[in-house]
Design a protein around this ligand. Structure first.
Ligand code: ZN
Ligand code: ZN
Length: 467
C-alpha cells in the first residue's frame, strides 16, 4: 500500500452550490496576512510561504508538491523540490510571480507579489539582484521574537537583495551561514522549516542562541542598505514598472546630471563604469544595474526613486524630451563606411541612379554585390534611392507574375475548348493529361482556375453535346 501524503483538502459540500446560497469559498490553507507590507521591513515570499506551510501542518516540501505545483505547473518549479529555499525565489523573475499568484489562490491574501522583487522587474536588469546565499540580521530576529504584539520572527525582503550587506535598523553587517557542523544536521522529517531557524541543524538564528559575531557596518554599506530600503517602501511597489518609461526617466536624469556636472566622464566615474555604458543609459538604450544605480544616486545626491522613476515634473519633461525614448535599433549604431570619402559616396550614388534606369529592374542584393557594399549599408546611406530601387523591382515582379498567370489561363482555356470541340466534357484531370508535358502549369492556384475555366467552357458549349 502506498502512503498517501496528500493533505485532506476540503471540498465544497454540494449544498453550497444551491442557488441563492451565497457562501464565500473557504481558503484551503491558513490565511494569514504577510508582515510589514508596504514598509521597508516587508516580509519575503519565502518567509511567508514557510509560515503558511507550518500553520497548515505541512512541510514546505509537501506544501509545494501537493498544493503549489498543481497551480503553477511543473515548468515553474524553479530548482526542483526546494525552490522555495533559493534566494531567487524572492527575485523579479516569472517563477516568483507564479508562486505568489498560487499562494493568493490558496490563502485568499492579495498583493503577495509585493513580497518579491517582481515590482522592480521593469526598473532594473535582473542580473546580480539576488544573493547566492541566505542572509539575516540576528538582532532583528531576536527583536521579532521578543515583540509582545506579534512575536513572529520573519525573513525580510531587504535581506534578499544582493546589494544590501547591512541591516539599516541595527547598523550591523548581515550574517550568512549558521556555524553548525555536518554532524549536527537533523533529518528533514524531524526539523521545522521556519524563517528564523537554520535549515540544517534546526537551531534558531537569533543572536543569543547562535552566538554569532556581530560586526558593525561601514558607512558605505549602511548608505547602500538605507537607499535600497527606501526603494522598498516607495510607491513603485504599488504598480509594476515599465521598462521603456524607466529608460526614458533614467536618460533624462543623466542628461541633466551631465549638464550640471559639465562632463560625462565625471558621471561615468561616479557610477564606476566606462563612457560607453553611460552613453547607452543616457540615450535610453538600456538600464543601469542596481549597483551602478546606487552609485549614481549617491554621487548625484538623489534617491533611487528619483533616478528610476523621477518626479511628476521630470517624467513629463522626459517624455517630451525623448518622445517616449524608443531605443535606437542596433544597426544604426554603426558608423557608415566612406563617411569621410565624398568622392566614393558620389560614385555609389551615381551607380544606384543608373541602376534605376536598367531594364528589367535588378534586385537590391545584385546591385549591392556589384558595388561591393552590403545592402544594409546601402539602406542606411541612400535610403531614398534604395526605396525607389526595391519598389521598382517589386512592381516588376508583380507584373511578371500576373503576366505568367494570364498566359497559363490562356493555355488551359484553349485545351478546354479543344476537348469540347471533340465532344468531351473538359475536366481538370483530362486537361492535366492533355498538357502533361508542361507540368509547371499545375500549381494549387491553377487547379482552381482550371476548374472555373472548365465550367465556363461547358456552359458555352452546352452540356448536351458533350460526353
Ligand atoms: Zn537588524
Ligand atoms: Zn545550523
Amino acid at each position: 500500500m502506498t502512503r498517501n501524503l496528500r493533505p485532506s483538502v476540503r471540498v465544497r459540500p454540494s449544498f453550497m452550490e444551491v442557488d441563492g446560497l451565497d457562501i464565500a469559498p473557504r481558503s484551503q490553507v491558513a490565511s494569514i496576512p504577510p508582515i510589514g507590507l508596504g514598509t521597508r521591513a516587508v516580509e519575503s515570499l519565502s518567509s511567508y510561504f514557510m509560515r503558511v506551510a507550518d500553520l497548515t501542518s505541512l512541510t514546505p516540501h509537501q506544501f509545494a508538491r501537493d498544493l503549489i505545483w498543481p497551480l503553477v505547473g511543473y515548468e515553474w518549479n524553479g530548482n526542483g523540490d526546494d525552490y522555495w529555499q533559493s534566494p531567487s525565489f524572492n527575485g523579479p523573475g516569472k517563477a516568483p510571480m507564479k508562486w505568489a499568484q498560487a499562494l493568493t489562490a490558496l490563502t485568499s491574501v492579495r498583493d503577495l507579489d509585493r513580497l518579491t522583487l517582481v515590482p522592480l522587474a521593469g526598473l532594473l536588469p535582473h542580473r546580480e539582484l539576488c544573493p547566492s546565499v541566505r542572509r539575516w540580521c540576528p538582532i532583528c530576529l531576536e527583536a521579532d521574537a521578543a515583540d509582545p504584539s506579534s512575536g513572529t520572527p520573519y525573513d525580510r525582503l531587504l535581506w534578499n537583495i544582493n546589494q544590501v550587506d547591512a541591516c539599516p535598523a541595527h547598523a550591523i553587517r548581515l550574517v550568512s551561514g549558521c556555524h553548525c557542523t555536518p554532524q549536527e544536521a537533523v533529518s528533514p522529517w524531524r526539523r521545522k522549516f521556519l524563517p528564523d531557524l537554520c535549515w540544517t541543524c534546526g537551531k534558531p538564528l537569533a543572536r543569543e542562541v547562535n552566538e554569532v559575531e556581530i560586526e558593525s557596518a561601514s558607512k558605505d554599506e549602511l548608505d547602500r542598505a538605507l537607499m535600497v530600503a527606501a526603494l522598498l517602501e516607495c510607491h513603485l511597489f504599488l504598480q509594476p514598472g515599465d521598462k521603456a518609461r524607466t529608460q526614458s526617466n533614467v536618460a533624462f536624469f543623466l542628461q541633466e546630471a551631465i549638464q550640471a556636472h559639465g562632463t560625462a566622464v565625471g558621471i561615468a566615474c561616479l557610477a564606476g563604469v566606462g563612457k560607453s555604458h553611460l552613453s547607452n543609459w543616457s540615450k535610453g538604450r538600456n538600464l543601469p544595474t542596481l549597483t551602478a544605480a546606487i552609485k549614481l544616486a549617491v554621487g548625484c545626491s538623489a534617491t533611487l526613486e528619483e533616478l528610476l522613476v523621477g518626479t511628476p515634473e521630470t517624467q513629463k519633461a522626459a517624455s517630451l524630451a525623448t518622445g517616449g525614448m524608443k531605443p535606437c535599433p542596433k544597426r544604426h549604431r554603426n558608423k557608415p563606411p566612406y563617411a569621410n570619402d565624398p568622392a566614393r559616396q558620389e560614385s555609389v550614388r551615381k551607380s544606384l541612379e543608373a541602376a534605376l534606369a536598367v531594364n528589367p529592374p535588378p534586385r537590391l542584393s545584385e546591385v549591392a554585390s556589384q558595388l561591393g557594399i552590403v545592402p544594409r549599408v546601402l539602406r542606411m546611406m541612400y535610403s531614398h534611392l534604395v526605396v525607389a530601387l526595391t519598389g521598382r523591382y517589386r512592381n516588376w515582379t508583380r507584373r511578371e507574375t500576373r503576366k505568367r498567370h494570364l498566359q497559363k489561363r490562356g493555355i488551359i482555356r484553349s485545351a478546354a475548348e479543344h476537348l469540347a470541340h471533340e465532344g468531351t466534357v473538359p475536366t481538370f484531370s483530362r486537361i492535366e493529361k492533355l498538357l502533361s508535358k508542361d507540368l509547371s502549369l499545375f500549381g494549387e492556384t491553377v487547379r482552381q482556375d482550371c476548374k472555373d475555366i472548365c465550367a465556363e467552357t461547358i456552359a458555352a458549349f452546352g452540356r448536351k453535346g458533350l460526353r
